[in-house]
Ligand binder design. Structure first.
Ligand code: NAP
Length: 257
C-alpha cells in the first residue's frame, strides 16, 4: 500500500529539482521533462543548467548555492510566482569526500556537512511553510545506503547521510497527517561525476538514467523509501540488522580495510 498521497499526473506536475546540473539530479529532471512536467532545475553551475533548459521548453533554470538560505528563498519565491505553486521538490544535491579517521579535520568535516546536511535542511525549511499552507505537495530527499551503517572511507559522508535518513523519517512522521508526501531516496552506486573519482570496484553500479527511472517509479508507487538497485540494497538492509561483531567482521572482509 502506498505510504504517500498520489502526485499529480506528470504532465500536470510542477517539480523543483535542487542539484540538477549533473548526475542523478540532471537525469531525473530530464525524465520528468520528457514526461511533460514543468521542472525548475537548480545547482551552482549556471552554464550547465542553461544548456539543459535550452533543450526543454518546460524547463526553468534557477542557479543557486543551496547552502545559502537567501538564494534558496529567492528562487522558491520566483518559481511559485511563475507557476502558482509546486507539487514536488527533489533535493538531490550533495558531495562526496573520502575521509578516513586519520584524515579527519574540522575543515573537511564541516564543509561536507554544510553541503550534504545543512543545505538539505535549509532548503526544507524554506519550502515547508508554503507546502503546509497549500496542504499538499511532496518533498523527496536523496540520502544514500552509505547512511545505513558505518563504512570505511565514509567517515563524514556516511554520518551526513545517516542524519538525512533520520531527518526524512521524522519529516514523514510529522507531515503525513498534514497531507504532504515525503520520500527518502537511497541510491546504491550510480555512475556520476561524484563516483567517477572512486578508485575501488563499485558493486552493482548503475547509470544515472537507471537511477532516475527507479526514482520516478518509486514516486509513482508512493513509496516512502526508494532504494535501488534492489540486488544491492537488500544485502545492505540485511547487514543493517546484524550484531556488531558480525557486521564489523563482514565489512572488513568485503572491503579489505
Ligand atoms: N552516485 C552515487 O553512487 C550515489 C550513491 C548514493 C547517494 N548519492 C547521492 O546522490 C546525490 C547526487 O549525487 P550524484 O552522484 O548525482 O553526484 P553529482 O553528479 O556530483 O551531482 C551532485 C549535484 O549536486 C549539486 N550541488 C552540489 N553542491 C551544491 C550546492 N552547494 N548548491 C547547489 N547544488 C549543489 C551539483 O551541482 P553544482 O556543482 O553545479 O552545484 C550537482 O548537480 C548526492 O546527494 C549523493 O550523495 C549518490
Amino acid at each position: 500500500m502506498a505510504l504517500n498521497p498520489p502526485l499529480p499526473a506528470w504532465p500536470k506536475c510542477r517539480v523543483w529539482v535542487v542539484g540538477a546540473s549533473t548526475g542523478i539530479g540532471a537525469a531525473t529532471a530530464k525524465v520528468l521533462l520528457a514526461a511533460g512536467s514543468r521542472v525548475a532545475i537548480s545547482a551552482r553551475n549556471a552554464e550547465r543548467l542553461a544548456e539543459i533548459a535550452g533543450e526543454h521548453a518546460n524547463a526553468r533554470a534557477e542557479p543557486l548555492d543551496y547552502t545559502d538560505s537567501a538564494q534558496v528563498t529567492a528562487a522558491w519565491q520566483r518559481i511559485r510566482n511563475a507557476w502558482g505553486g509546486v507539487d514536488l521538490i527533489l533535493i538531490v544535491a550533495g558531495a562526496h569526500l573520502e575521509i578516513r579517521a586519520w584524515e579527519l579535520t574540522e575543515q573537511n568535516a564541516m564543509a561536507l556537512l554544510e553541503t550534504n546536511l545543512h543545505g538539505v535542511i535549509k532548503t526544507t525549511a524554506a519550502v515547508l511553510p508554503a507546502l503546509l499552507a497549500q496542504g499538499n505537495g511532496a518533498i523527496g530527499i536523496v540520502s544514500s545506503v552509505a547512511g545505513y551503517r558505518g563504512l570505511p572511507k565514509a567517515l563524514v559522508y556516511g554520518a551526513s547521510k545517516a542524519a538525512l535518513i533520520n531527518f526524512t523519517e521524522t519529516l514523514y512522521l510529522d507531515l503525513h497527517a498534514r497531507g504532504l508526501g515525503i520520500y527518502l531516496i537511497n541510491p546504491g552506486f550510480v555512475k556520476t561525476p561524484l563516483t567517477d573519482r572512486n578508485a575501488f570496484r563499485m558493486p552493482h553500479l548503475i547509470s544515472a538514467e537507471q537511477a532516475a527511472n527507479a526514482i520516478v517509479a518509486g514516486l509513482v508507487a508512493g513509496a516512502f523509501e526508494i532504494d535501488f538497485p534492489k540486488a544491492f540494497t537488500w544485502q545492505l538492509k540485511l547487514l543493517r540488522i546484524l550484531p556488531y561483531r558480525w557486521y564489523f567482521a563482514l565489512v572488513r572482509r568485503a572491503t579489505g580495510l
